[in-house]
Design a protein around this ligand. Structure first.
Ligand code: COA
Length: 196
């Protein structure tokens, strides 16, 4: 699998294999995004409930315009963003997990996750995907701290992140929303790895 130049610049080294599997359970594989994901991503971003859970605006643009933007980003990715698709072990695309706001100077990055297919909620897929991304980031880059923000009422997401070792580290307001912040640093991850 070829890694994008921009991603390598952000400190991410090439993947050793085509896929990344989670630390526990091994229910998912993470892989690079491809054009074939566009239908699912359009469906999920146009879904008002999913958008609300993510404090994001619901997508309203026509599919034809979305497709053009999507194809451009696949071929010319944003330099401080590392999006991966979440597949089940049988290859069904169920969501996405992304590292973004990658800041090499501060040695930190933000993590986002969305299991778009509700059939797969509360079955450990999100936890497995986050674990796989965390393991990949700390094993292959110099990033020291991963953090994320979640809406205070999104208990499912917080449970998932807690199971992966993230702990609350404050609050912030952005775009009219109050967010709970959670973080996991390299030392905490190493401890978790040695006890699991
Ligand atoms: C959040 C998300 C990634 C979690 O992934 P998931 O596969 O559903 O979660 P998991 O099964 O790994 O873990 C969820 C845990 O929360 C628990 N849970 C779910 N709803 C709950 C509630 N209302 N109260 C308490 N616990 C709850 C589940 O029982 C499970 O815990 P358990 O394994 O101890 O039983 C996924 O549901 C998702 O993408 N949702 C839509 C978008 C979203 O919310 N994204 C996150 C934005 S920050």
């Amino acid at each position: 699998m070829k890694l994008r130049k921009s991603v390598t610049l952000a400190g991410f080294k090439p993947l050793k294999s085509d896929v990344l599997q989670g630390r526990t359970g091994s229910k998912v594989r993470l892989r690079e995004k491809k054009l074939g994901d566009v239908r699912n991503d359009y469906k999920w971003q146009s879904d008002a409930e999913l958008a609300k859970l993510d404090a994001a605006p619901t997508l309203i643009m026509p599919f034809s315009i979305y497709l053009l933007d999507y194809a451009t980003e696949i071929h010319r990715p944003v330099h401080n963003r590392y999006p991966l698709a979440v597949d089940t072990l049988d290859g069904t695309h169920i969501g996405n997990c992304t590292c973004y706001d990658i800041d090499e100077k501060k040695s930190e990055a933000q993590l986002g996750i969305m299991i778009g297919d509700r059939e797969y909620w509360d079955k450990g897929y999100g936890t497995d995907a986050v674990n796989a991304m965390v393991d990949h980031v700390f094993s292959t880059t110099a990033i020291h701290r991963l953090y994320l923000k979640t809406l205070p009422w999104n208990v499912r997401a917080q449970k998932c992140f807690e199971k992966c070792g993230f702990t609350p580290c404050g609050k912030m307001n952005r775009n009219g929303y109050e967010f709970l912040l959670m973080e996991l640093n390299r030392e905490q991850w190493e401890k978790l790895k040695n006890t699991s």
